[in-house]
Every structure is written in structure tokens, then in C-alpha cells.
Design a protein around this ligand. Structure first.
Ligand code: HEM
Length: 465
């Protein structure tokens, strides 16, 4: 011992270097040969280091989801994609992985690092705490609650159409997904906070909320691996962050605006005021007055819930609608069928039919489902952890069975499942609404089990209605 201390005193750098080498070699040997997922196939480099994912998401960039698809073709339906994570491509595993409330499913902590939303339901890791947080906001997303939003949606939809009409004949193109994003952000901001963002009034549909959200998604590959980078940059003066890391600076703006929104709600609640919206109340006014514990309903936590509702409820809807409109506008056959179905209940463009009557239209429903399938929801994998019980994988053809130990993160991706030819047929890559209809022209329910756009199970999207 004394000899070791003397060596450390005489040659500190050499000792530190040797210690570091021994440490990293031990970690590498453990990851490759002794980890509880060492027997699962996959590239050795992915098993060895998280840099494998970082390379494919940051350097190439944003290609890791596509790389995973290639790896499945090479290594089979259950593969190892990082030192601590597996990925499954076979749809037979959906119900096991994204199971209902009778099985515990944590989120994988590493997948929640990137957006710094650990106190929102969306970012909460442990199953039990997530149940508490989700049940607090659940009722605001029921069919009944959403029905109360219908007048707001119709009013903003009319405004959206009026803006498009103003532009007609000017020869100026419109960036359609930007226009939709203004509509979705206006709706969700009113519902969440009672704040009218009035983005549908903005020239060229420039949507600052969307730009800040994109900043967060672009900085994700870095913050996922090193969450402290985001915290460090947040502590620097804004002008420095803008120069050093503009995407991060944008994302901080989004976080700051969520904090401001919640503070405004807090002030209104303290003064006994309610916003002048069609609903007369909002998600966060109600939450702040609920019987949740002091921390759960504090502004310190709720700004994260607020940001997650804005993030989850705007870009997802925008992108799904953009994909649907793209296919409908570019495929006259689909446009014609849709118009034939719509016309009898929508003869006058100024009178938007009710949600209930639209829901009865089978071809429109099929178009929406096909749009959901090819817009994917979240394009990244959604990993879950079974904290106590092992999960058993059985392939669709029954030929492969594997036991996944408890505590291991496992993800599946809509990007892969939504193109599986065994489910969707040889035209899986095409936009074909008819695949959702049976011989009687009614919506097929059996395919719903394979639609991952809203995820499934206990963490499934709350905004489904
Ligand atoms: C086409 C539209 C939408 C799609 C494709 C979609 C997709 C998703 C997906 C895939 C998840 C699961 C994320 C995960 O597992 O990490 C999710 C969660 C969530 N979504 Fe949506 N979403 C949509 C619309 C909305 C809307 C309009 C809202 C609210 C206004 C919303 C609020 C939420 C919330 C709060 C969660 C977190 C639920 C939880 O963790 O318990 N979503 N969404």
C-alpha cells in the first residue's frame, strides 16, 4: 500500500493513465462477455459503446433509426443496439412490451434525458409515479372534454381557411406544414393555458414555438448522451449560448416560454380568474386547483407538463396532417373518393360538419389511419423497461423464443413495424387507404394492433381523441 502511494506521488500521470486503462478494459470485457444481454446479437461496437448511437445520430446525422432497420436485416428480430439496450422488430412483441396497467413498465431513463422533462408525465421514468401524474391529466383528454373544444377548433379552422383563401391567386407559395403548425399551436395553447398565441395571424406562418421545438430535437443526440451539456449551456449568458450552440438557445426559449405560461396561469388562479376562452377553463388552471400534492401542482413541476403537452400536441398533429394532405393532393384517385364521401354532409364550405358526423365517414377514417401509419408518430424507438419480471419474446412464425431479463431497456419503432410486409402486404410502402377497409367498406379493427403512431399500453398518447 505504502509502495503504491509512493508510486502515485512519484509518477501520478502514469498511475492515473494505467488505472483508466484497466477501468475501461474491464468495462469493455464486461459489456462484451458478462453483461446480462451479452448473448443478444448485434454489432460489437454498439455493445461496447454509446458512441455507436451518437455517431449515427449526430455525425451522419439523425440516421440511427434507419441504421437499426438495417441491423435487424443482418442480425434478426431481437438485437442489441447499445451497451444497455435491445431493439425488437417483430410485431408479435408489441403487446408484451407495451402492456397495459397490470404489468409494470418504466421508461428507459436514458431516453428521457434529452428534453429535460423528467417531472412531466411524458418524461417520468418509474411506472408508479407515472400512473399518478398521468391520472391527474387524463380527464382533460377524454372524448367529452375534447368535445368542448370543438367550437374553438372550428373557429380556428375557419381562420386557417380564410388565410389560405387570401393567398389564393397571388402566385405566392405557402409552406403548408408551417401553416398547419400555426393552427395546431394556437389550438393546443388555448386548451392548455388559455393563451392565444395568434400564430394564424403571423405573416408567412412563421411559428416561433415550432422553431424552438426543433432546436430541442436537434440538440437531442448530445443531451441524450451528456445531459450536463444542456445544463451547463443553460447556465451561461444567452448571448454566449446563441453563438456557441444556437439549437440549444432555441430550446431554452421554449422552456422559458413554458415557465412564463405557467406563471401566468398561477397568477390567474391566485386572483380567482379564468381565461376568456370557449371552454372557460384550461388544463393547467384545473390542475393548479386540484387536490394533487403541493409539489405535483407547483409551477416548478407544471411548466414541464405544460411544455410536454405543447411539444406532444403540436408537431405530431402537424406532421400527420401534412403527410395526409400531401398524399391526398398528389393522388387524384384518393381526392375524388374523399370528395364523393364528404360532399353529402359538407355541401357548404362555410359550414364545417360536426366531429360526430365526420367520424362516421369510413373512407375519411381510412385516409387518416393511413396518414398516421406513414407519418409514424415519433420516428424514434420508444424503449421500455420491465423492472421486475422478464419479458418473453416469441416471433410471429413461432420459430424464435428469447427471454429478456428484467431491468433491460427494449424498444420498438413504428418506422419498422409500419412497413412490415407480413402485416401490411407488398404495398406496405405505398399510401393506400383501402387497406383499412373490409369487404363491406367498414374500418378494419384487426390492423389497429399494429399501429404504433400513438404508442401503446400505459404510456400511450393522451391526445388520441
Ligand atoms: C397525430 C397526433 C399525435 C401523435 C401521432 C402522438 C403520438 C404520441 C406518442 C407516440 C406518445 C408516446 C411517447 C412515448 O412513449 O415516449 C405520445 C404521448 C403523449 N401525447 Fe401524443 N400524439 C399526438 C397528439 C397529441 C395531442 C394533440 C396531445 C395533447 C394536446 C398529446 C399529448 C400527449 C401526452 C401528454 C403524452 C404523454 C403521455 C404519457 O406519457 O403518459 N398528443 N403521443
Amino acid at each position: 500500500m505504502i509502495g503504491l502511494l509512493k508510486l502515485l506521488g512519484d509518477r501520478p500521470f502514469e498511475v492515473l493513465a494505467v488505472t483508466a486503462i484497466i477501468y475501461y478494459v474491464s468495462v469493455a470485457i464486461h459489456r462484451l462477455y458478462f453483461s446480462n444481454i451479452a448473448k443478444f446479437p448485434g454489432p460489437k461496437l454498439a455493445a461496447l459503446t454509446y458512441f455507436y448511437e451518437f455517431y449515427h445520430d449526430f455525425v451522419t446525422p439523425y440516421r440511427f433509426s434507419f441504421k437499426i432497420k438495417e441491423l435487424h436485416e443482418q442480425y434478426g428480430p431481437v438485437i442489441r443496439i447499445s451497451p444497455t439496450e435491445l431493439h425488437v422488430s417483430d410485431p408479435s412483441f408489441i403487446d408484451t412490451l407495451y402492456s397495459g396497467g397490470n404489468k409494470k413498465r418504466d421508461k428507459y431513463w436514458m431516453a428521457t434525458q434529452n428534453l429535460n422533462l423528467g417531472e412531466s408525465a411524458f418524461g417520468t421514468v418509474p411506472h408508479d409515479l407515472h400512473r399518478v401524474r398521468r391520472s391527474a391529466i387524463n380527464r382533460f383528454f377524454s372524448k367529452g372534454s375534447v368535445a368542448k373544444l370543438e367550437p374553438t377548433i372550428v373557429r380556428l379552422l375557419n381562420k386557417f381557411c380564410a388565410r389560405l383563401e387570401e393567398n389564393a391567386g397571388t402566385g405566392q407559395p405557402i409552406v403548408f406544414d408551417a401553416a398547419i403548425s400555426c393552427f395546431t399551436t394556437d389550438v393546443v395553447s388555448l386548451y392548455a393555458f388559455g393563451i392565444d398565441t395568434k400564430l394564424l395571424d403571423v405573416k408567412d406562418f412563421k411559428n416561433d414555438v415550432r422553431i424552438t421545438l426543433e432546436g430541442g430535437l436537434k440538440s437531442s443526440p448530445v443531451t441524450k448522451q451528456w445531459p450536463w451539456v444542456g445544463k451547463l449551456l443553460a447556465s451561461l449568458p444567452e448571448s454566449w449560448t446563441v453563438k456557441m450552440a444556437p439549437e440549444f438557445a432555441e430550446y431554452f426559449k421554449l422552456q422559458n416560454s413554458a415557465i412564463q405560461n405557467i406563471k401566468q396561469v398561477e397568477k390567474e388562479v391566485a386572483e380567482g380568474k379564468r381565461p376568456e376562452t370557449d371552454m372557460g377553463t384550461t388544463i393547467f388552471h384545473e390542475l393548479m386547483e386540484s387536490n394533487l400534492s403541493a409539489f405535483e401542482k407547483s409551477a416548478d413541476r407544471l411548466w414541464q407538463e405544460g411544455q410536454s403537452v405543447i411539444g406532444a400536441g403540436t408537431e405530431t398533429v402537424t406532421w400527420t396532417l401534412a403527410v395526409i394532405f400531401f398524399h391526398v393532393f398528389t393522388k387524384p384517385r384518393i381526392m375524388k373518393k374523399l370528395m364523393e364521401e364528404l360532399y353529402p354532409i359538407y355541401p357548404n364550405p362555410d359550414e364545417i360538419p360536426s366531429q360526430a358526423s365526420l367520424e362516421r365517414l369510413q373512407y375519411l377514417t381510412a385516409v387518416i389511419y393511413e396518414g398516421l401509419r406513414l407519418s409514424y408518430g415519433l420516428v424514434t424507438r420508444l424503449p421500455r423497461v420491465s423492472p421486475v419480471e422478464p419479458m418473453v419474446f416469441r416471433s410471429m412464425d413461432g420459430k424464435i423464443e428469447k427471454v429478456i431479463p428484467p431491468g433491460v431497456a427494449v424498444g420498438m419503432s413504428s418506422l419498422i413495424v409500419h412497413h412490415d410486409k407480413r402485416i401490411w402486404g407488398d404495398d406496405a410502402d405505398e399510401f393506400v387507404p383501402e387497406r383499412w377497409l373490409n369487404e363491406d367498406g367498414q374500418k378494419r379493427r384487426d390492423l389497429d394492433a399494429y399501429l404504433l403512431s400513438f404508442s401503446k399500453g400505459t404510456r400511450m398518447c393522451l391526445g388520441l381523441q
